[in-house]
Design a protein around this ligand. Sequence first.
Ligand code: G3I
Ligand code: 9MR
Length: 605
Amino acid sequence: MTLMTSNPVMPVLMLLGLFVLLPGCTGGGSDQGESASSAKTASSALAASSSSASATAQQIKLNQLGFLPGSAKWALIPDVAATGFALVDSASGTVVFNGDLTAAATWAEADEKVKLADFSSVKTPGTYKLRVDGLADSAAFDIAEDVYEALTAASIKAFYFNRSSAELLPQHAGVYARPLGHPDTRVLIHASAATAERPEGTVVSSPKGWYDAGDYNKYIVNSGISTYSLLAAYEHFPDLFAAQRLNIPESGDNIPDLLNEALWNLEWMLSMQDPADGGVYHKLTNKNFDGEVMPHQAISERYLVQKTTAAALDFAAVMATASRIFAAYENELPGLSARMLAAAESAWQWAQANPAVVYQQPADIKTGEYGDRNLGDEFFWAAAELYIATQNDSYYQAANAANTSATVPSWGDVRSLGWISLAHHRAGLSAVADQTLILGRIQGLANQLRSVWAGSAYRVTMQTGDFIWGSNSVALGQAMMLVQAYKLNPGERDYLDAAQSALDYVLGRNAVDTSFVTGFGHKSTLHPHHRPSGADGIEAPIPGFIAGGPQPQQQDKSDCPVPYPSAIPAKSYLDHYCSYASNEIAINWNAPLVYVVAALQALTE
Ligand code: G3I
Ligand code: 9MR
């Protein structure tokens, strides 16, 4: 374990004799953040000193972890009189670099005027602070080759912490060990999903998978994009994951841990297919959301609810993707790849026969909907993945590529996942694929994002309309698309720099001066809407989860005992357990974090 010297909470705790492993004070992938942390009070106290909106505006704000030596390095400076800045060595106080600040400009999304400090040219590893006359020094941060290693590991391990049907043992989960919850071996067919073969009330087994988010339900649509994003991270950057050990139960087998973790969910997904017809149930759920209890205390009856076209297509796309990747593990997992491809093709067939079955929430079911009425993007994505996996041209023809645009991926709009896969596999595609179209779609979107970034006072891709539920995943989804453009055009460095800015944004270069990843950074999310983190009696939240992030609709405000500090889009964030609309965690928000941080590590030179 390596201690991250940049975390000022750590020395404070050591002084207090509270040596506990504060998540984020840890390094390495094997045991990060799993030891006790009764330290959250100290951490909260530190955070509280800068909690008012005006105090936040007066902070120098940057990626709280720091930077890879080769990355772009930007900091946000409040609109003070100073025109220059200094980078100082944190320990010695020696100035190592002086630079000019940009002219102040307004970022409307935060209603804030800021200057920027660019110290990208500093590549020497070390621990630094940024200094500007008239302001307190920034907190210390690192420039280091391994600056994101613990984050990459923890953001994947978060999926392990969200496993359904698993006991988390102390040797893997540390203080976050917990009894098995939701075996899901006895789940009932809901009336909405009843068929002749499986009438209402039929008992089926559908174990494993990840809890979707802060709730304990499991939704195929959201599993689709989440699992794909993890698989894509592996497919695109396998070297990064080959030897990574996450200290999960499967560590030490012959399969990379990222794939072991993805398999936990893929096995569940396979069980969500009706063997009689290839259709896929939309979700496995309680009737109502649980209270703030641990998994083993949430024992309501669970149901398989309605087969939908979106579920079938997202399932088909992910299984086709997984079949390609697990083909390399035939010895370890005999027959799995073929089984996945067959499952993908039968789900596709079901969707052909049932092309417009949208989710209709039954009256007695109150949990998440993931309802989506536009299915063109799901058809495109599934067809693209099946084409790549089978090399059968008819799938490409079915994809309707010429009429499909590129957009920032989200659970409800998955078209660009198809473009990502087509571009990645472009060298092996048959003549039917339009290579110019594929590259053009990705570049077209990335160019738009890049120009927003270049013109942004905050130097980010986020704009007002991006501040929706799960806004942090919008930033990361934008970065994923920029990464694709950079993979295609490594000469165009600003694609990568704009993607780095998204990581900077979620790790602290934002309007609330907060690292949204639990356990990472000197001022990070402490009270996520995550039932285990709320109910486990441990102060520190389970590490490695990214909060949804600011968005002005505040759909949860009547459930919150305290008001949001602001209604401005980029500042409408409430770090309180009550805030499911700004502070929940979710698998589809963590997965692009994994992808982006992995991509930056793999691609930054
Ligand atoms: O599509 C409109 C868009 O046109 C408009 O510009 C925008 C303005 O806010 O709203 C968009 O709709 C939003 C939709 O998400 C798509 O982003 C809705 O307002 C918003 O209420 C909706 O939020 C969803 C939320 O569930 C409530 O249904 C989130 O996307 C979704 O991530 C979230 O998912 C929940 C699951 O249901 C249950 N498990 C937890 C999970 C995370 O909170
Ligand atoms: O906890 C639920 C969260 O996972 C969902 O994203 C959210 C929106 O569907 O709903 C949360 O549950 C709340 C419910 O909607 C309203 N009553 C309070 C619940 C939170 O405790």
